[in-house]
Design a protein around this ligand. Structure first.
Ligand SMILES: Cc1ncc(COP(=O)(O)O)c(C=O)c1O
Length: 291
């Protein structure tokens, strides 16, 4: 089995499954991400999987996906490729969206516990890298009045680099076997991205989200690195959770919109990752603040 994570979670899960079923497992990960997501990398290794560092290009998720696909097409008779987001050729998108849909089924249970029913005026906020957790979070609510807000990585404040193709009007191009809005130059070459969050640092976006944007079913915006860090600190200080840098982007949007809303609105943010994997980055950016 071969797998590709950005932040390392998909690699952690895949290596666990491989261990359980006695299969060999290789995880392709950008060399930059291996360094910045050390706790998840250690967990992958503990599960007995081999990590293949990808040192081409920006050494992040986009390069890891390319390298894993190259390897897979040369070895597809003896292996299976797993993709940790709703990206890549059609079938991988379907498998990923189908499995992450469980998140929204669990949300229904939690909503009924909390409110006794599913609230009518509800905003569902989720960060968007490739788009799998957002698809999973929204899946069961497609035919309801729930408002969907996807938050991409705006990159460092005052930098031209970002990982927000939907927010910044990127054109349609082809990446990893699918047409999508993608950060690119005039010749269609894939552009560089930058984000503090390894999981959101990707120039493309699932075609499913391109459709949700075009059909205006979902709204997309972005948060900068600094906004995400501030949101992480605020949420960790006030709530009994410590979101990783990916969902901290979504919390940043919640903090932005909440003061304008009446109390009848319900905002729900998918806190889809824990900050343990980001502890080194958070410490270096927020000083001694560590929850
Ligand atoms: C915690 C977390 N959230 C979000 C993402 C972004 O991916 P996706 O948009 O596919 O959910 C990742 C990717 O690694 C992640 O680790």
């Amino acid at each position: 089995m071969w797998g590709i994570p950005g932040a390392g979670y998909a690699g952690k899960m895949l290596s666990m499954a491989a261990k359980k079923f006695g299969l060999k497992c290789k995880i392709f990960m950008g060399a930059k991400d291996i360094k910045r997501q050390r706790p998840n990398v250690e967990a992958i290794r503990k599960n007995g999987a081999t990590i293949v560092p990808v040192t081409t290009g920006s050494q992040t998720l986009v390069d890891a996906v390319s390298e894993c696909m190259r390897y897979w097409v040369s070895n597809c008779n003896v292996s299976a490729m797993c993709v940790g987001s709703t990206v890549g050729p059609n079938i991988f998108i379907k498998i990923c969206a189908w499995s992450t849909a469980q998140i929204s089924r669990e949300l229904i249970v939690q909503l009924k516990e909390e409110f006794g029913k599913i609230p009518r005026k509800m905003k569902l906020l989720n960060c968007v890298g490739g788009g799998s957790s957002a698809m999973g979070f929204w899946n069961e609510f497609m035919d309801t009045d729930a408002e969907f807000i996807g938050i991409e990585a705006g990159g460092p404040k005052n930098s031209k680099l970002h990982a927000a193709p939907l927010t910044n009007g990127s054109k349609i191009g082809i990446l990893h076997g699918a047409a999508q809005y993608v950060i690119q130059n005039k010749e269609g070459q894939i552009g560089s991205t930058e984000s503090i969050s390894a999981g959101l640092d990707y120039p493309g976006i699932s075609p499913l989200h391109c459709f949700l944007k075009d059909s205006k079913r979902a709204r997309y915006t972005s948060a900068t690195d600094e906004e995400a860090l501030n949101a992480h600190k605020l949420v960790s200080t006030l709530e009994n959770i410590s979101p990783s840098l990916e969902p901290s982007h979504a919390f940043a949007e919640a903090i932005r919109i909440a003061p304008r809303l009446s109390s009848s609105n319900v905002i729900i943010v998918n806190s889809c990752g824990d900050s343990l994997k980001d502890k080194d980055i958070i410490k270096s950016r927020l000083g001694d603040y560590v929850r």
